[in-house]
Design a binder for this molecule. Structure first.
Ligand SMILES: *Cc1c(COP(=O)(O)O)cnc(C)c1O
Length: 406
C-alpha cells in the first residue's frame, strides 16, 4: 500500500521555493471555506490591502492570480497586448526569454533588447530601441533576474517606457519583499510576483497589480483577451468591490497561507525585510570570498536574495549539489542556459535568509570543497561571516529567531 507522503527536512537555499514559516504552513491547514463565504471574502479584502502595501501602491486592481509566477506573467501580457501590437522585451536571462515567448503567443510582435547574462538591462539600448520602434506599446523587463542574480533599474526603465508612450510591465517575482520595490512611485503599470520567493509562502500563487493606465488599456481593447481564465476584467468581478461573482474556485487554503505570509511581512516591516536580505547576503559573501569563490554579478547590481557564484575549476557541479542535498540536507540551485555547470545559485529568500542557514551552508560548502581538493583555511569562511554579523550588532541574534518567537 502507498503510504502518506512525508517530505524530508531540507534547507531550501535555491532560487525558490524558499523556506516556509511554520505559521504559514499552519494557516494553510485550517478548515476550507467556500470561496464566496463572507468570512473568506473578508480575508481576501485584507490580502489585497497587504499586497498593496507590499507592492507599495494603491492600485485598485491588485489581486492574486491562481497560478505560479508564470501565470502572473501571462496574465499581465495577455491582458495588455492584442494581436499585431509591438512590445519591447528586455532579455538578460531565462525569464526575459519567457516574456518574449509569451508576447509571441499573444500574437504580438516582440522587439528584443538582448543584454549580457549577469548584467542589468541597459537603459540606453532600450531607449534606442524605442526610438526606432515608435509603434511599440509596451516595455517588459525582469526587475530581479533569478537566473543570473542581476538587478535592473526598474524605475529608469519605466520612465523610458512612458517617455515613448509605452506601458511598463515588470517581473517582480524575486524582487517583491526581497529588495526595494516601490511600484507606484516608480510608475510600473503591470507587476506580477510569486508566492514562493521572498514572501516565503507555499508555491502556486501570483500576486499582481495593474495601474489605472494599464486598466484603461484593458478597457480600450478591440479584441477579447485570449485567455478566459486570466482575463482581468472577469477576475475583478471576483476580487473587486461589491457583489462577488463566481469566476473559478479560488485556491482557498493557499490564500490563507499567503495571508499569513503577508501578516509576517507586516510584523517584520517591509524595509526591515529588505535590510535583512542585505545583511545575510553580506555575511554569505564574506564566507564565499574566504573560500576563494567569486560572484557572477558586479557589486552594484547584485541581488541579495539570489547569489550567483562561479564554480571553481576542478569541482563537479552535480556531485557537489547532490552531496549538499544528501549529506547536509541543503538545496542550492544549478546554473541555467549558458551558466549550466558553471554557476551555482544560492538563494537567501524570505525565511531562508537567516544566520543559521547561512552558517550551515558555508560550513557544508567549505567541507565539501576541501574534500574536492580546493584549499580552504578551516574556519575562515565561518569567521568571515560571523565578523559581518558582529559588525551589524546584537540585534542580529534576536532577528535570527522566527518572527513568531521574537
Ligand atoms: C521564479 C520566477 C518566475 C516563474 O515563477 P513560477 O512560480 O516558477 O512560475 C518568473 N520570473 C522570475 C524572475 C522568477 O524568479
Amino acid at each position: 500500500m502507498i503510504e502518506s507522503f512525508r517530505p524530508p527536512t531540507r534547507v531550501l537555499m535555491g532560487p525558490g521555493p524558499s523556506m516556509v514559516h511554520p505559521r504559514v504552513l499552519q494557516a494553510g491547514a485550517r478548515p476550507t471555506l467556500g470561496h464566496l463565504d463572507p468570512s473568506f471574502i473578508g480575508m481576501m479584502d485584507e490580502l489585497k490591502v497587504m499586497l498593496q502595501r507590499a507592492f507599495q501602491c494603491d492600485y485598485e486592481t491588485t489581486f492574486v492570480v491562481s497560478g505560479p509566477g508564470s501565470a502572473g506573467m501571462e496574465s499581465c501580457l495577455l491582458n495588455l497586448l492584442e494581436p499585431g501590437d509591438q512590445a519591447v522585451v528586455c532579455i538578460n536571462g531565462v525569464f526575459g526569454n519567457r516574456l518574449k515567448e509569451i508576447v509571441s503567443r499573444c500574437g504580438a510582435q516582440p522587439v528584443v533588447v538582448e543584454g549580457d547574462w549577469g548584467s542589468p538591462v541597459d537603459p540606453e539600448v532600450v531607449e534606442s530601441c524605442l526610438q526606432t520602434h515608435p509603434d511599440a506599446s509596451l516595455v517588459a523587463f525582469v526587475h530581479a533576474e533569478t537566473s543570473t542574480g542581476a538587478m535592473s533599474d526598474a524605475r529608469r526603465l519605466a520612465e523610458l517606457a512612458h517617455r515613448y508612450g509605452c506601458l511598463a510591465v515588470a517581473d517582480c517575482v524575486t524582487s517583491l519583499a526581497g529588495s526595494p520595490l516601490v511600484v507606484a512611485e516608480w510608475q510600473l503599470d503591470a507587476v506580477y510576483s510569486g508566492s514562493q520567493k521572498c514572501l516565503s509562502c507555499v508555491p502556486g500563487l501570483s500576486p499582481v497589480t495593474f495601474s489605472p493606465a494599464a486598466m484603461q488599456r484593458v478597457q480600450n481593447r478591440q479584441s477579447p483577451v485570449q485567455s478566459w481564465f486570466l482575463d482581468v476584467s472577469l477576475l475583478t468581478g471576483y476580487w473587486g468591490e461589491g457583489q462577488r461573482v463566481y469566476h473559478h474556485t479560488a485556491p482557498v487554503n493557499s490564500l490563507y497561507a499567503l495571508h499569513e505570509a503577508l501578516v509576517l511581512l507586516e510584523e517584520e516591516g517591509l524595509s526591515a525585510r529588505w535590510e535583512r536580505h542585505q545583511l545575510h547576503h553580506r555575511a554569505l559573501l564574506a564566507g564565499l570570498h574566504a573560500m576563494g569563490l567569486s560572484m557572477v554579478v558586479d557589486e552594484a547590481h547584485r541581488l541579495p536574495q539570489l547569489n550567483a557564484v562561479w564554480i571553481p575549476d576542478g569541482v563537479d557541479d552535480a556531485t557537489l549539489r547532490h552531496r549538499l542535498l544528501d549529506d547536509f540536507q541543503i538545496e542550492i540551485g544549478a546554473g541555467l542556459g549558458p551558466f549550466a555547470g558553471r554557476v551555482w545559485r544560492i538563494g537567501l529568500m524570505g525565511e531562508s535568509a537567516h544566520r543559521h542557514h547561512v552558517l550551515r551552508l558555508l560550513s557544508a560548502l567549505a567541507r565539501l570543497l576541501s574534500e574536492m581538493g580546493q584549499s580552504i583555511a578551516p574556519d575562515a569562511p565561518l569567521m568571515a561571516a560571523e565578523a559581518i554579523y558582529d559588525q551589524a550588532g546584537e540585534t542580529v541574534f534576536d532577528s535570527d529567531a522566527p518572527v513568531s518567537e521574537r
